[in-house]
Design a protein around this ligand. Structure first.
Ligand code: AFP
Length: 280
């Protein structure tokens, strides 16, 4: 696992450099979901591919920016799915963005996930790594990632981060979100999954939701690249991650780019989501 973490750290330092120096013009290429790729997305994807290719134990990688998984080493046993630069459109407006990694053994299946990691590129660069029952926070200082602390979620938080477009929400979802606000929860939503979930993790709890809605019945966030990695981190930190009805880590992605509705948070908020959705 250590060589994988080291490769992720090296990628993060190179991506941070690319963000700092890069002209952020749009490229002509589209990714498999039809979005126009930013030049930085492509660059970040290539950086991670290059760094992970040097780790012998990795069998296959899958990137949000690539249509299909890529075999690296037939004899390796780790499978890594990554979103190289999530929220990249936010670079234009100078908000935080991130890279997300899910690490599996033997196949891309949530039940085979053994570790998960994300990097936040903000005023500081921070890395969060969940493995063997602990979620560790690292800070990039003078070219090295230094361990800061372990992250634990409280039973309940104060943040409400509701994703998606309100006009398309189901009435029970809207009523639930309104009811959290009516009880004093504060709105914290930048439109970048990595900083939005990072804030909930570091402030001890709350709720992030990206529901299925009439415009996107299966939500927007991709299981392999966004939902499973964060679900793993939230569960290890003592929180929960569900699709409204069950743990997202019990779901299977039929295709690498499949999406799922998702709710991440501390256990009190997620229990409420489950009871609201069960009654809907
Ligand atoms: P991009 O990768 O297209 O920039 O989208 C970012 C993101 O996937 C995720 O980071 C956010 O949580 C989510 O989209 C925000 O979506 P909405 O703007 O629809 O709430």
């Amino acid at each position: 696992m250590n060589p994988i973490l080291k490769a992720i750290q090296k990628s993060a330092i190179r991506i941070k450099h690319a963000i700092d120096v890069k002209d952020i013009g749009y490229s002509q290429e589209q990714n498999s979901s039809g979005e126009t790729q930013l030049q930085l997305d492509i660059q970040s994807d290539l950086i991670i591919e290059e760094e992970l290719s040097q780790v012998e134990g990795i069998h296959t990688i899958a990137s949000e920016e690539k249509e299909l998984p890529m075999l690296l080493n037939e004899n390796g046993h780790y499978y890594i799915a990554f979103d190289p630069l999530d929220g990249s459109s936010l670079v234009d407006v100078n908000l935080s963005v991130g890279s997300i990694f899910g690490i599996y053994e033997g196949e891309f299946n949530a039940s085979k996930m053994i570790a998960s990691c994300y990097v936040v590129y903000g005023p500081r660069v921070e890395l969060v790594f969940a493995h063997e029952g602990k979620v560790a926070l690292y800070l990039l200082q003078a070219g090295e990632f230094e361990f800061v602390k372990h992250i634990h979620l409280n039973e309940k938080g104060k943040i409400n981060a509701p994703g998606g477009t309100q006009q398309f929400w189901a009435p029970h979802h809207k009523a639930m979100i309104d009811s959290f606000f009516a009880r004093g929860y504060r709105l914290r939503y930048s439109g970048g999954m990595v900083p939005d979930l990072h804030q909930i993790l570091l402030k001890g709890g709350g709720l992030f939701s990206y529901p299925g809605a009439t415009d996107k019945p299966e939500g927007k966030l991709r299981m392999l690249f966004e939902v499973f990695p964060f679900a793993f981190i939230f569960e290890v930190a003592g929180g929960k991650a569900v699709d409204g009805h069950k743990r997202v880590l019990e779901k299977t992605a039929a295709h690498v780019h499949d999406t799922s509705p998702c709710f991440f948070g501390s256990s009190s908020e997620i229990d409420e989501v489950l009871s609201v959705y069960a009654g809907a």
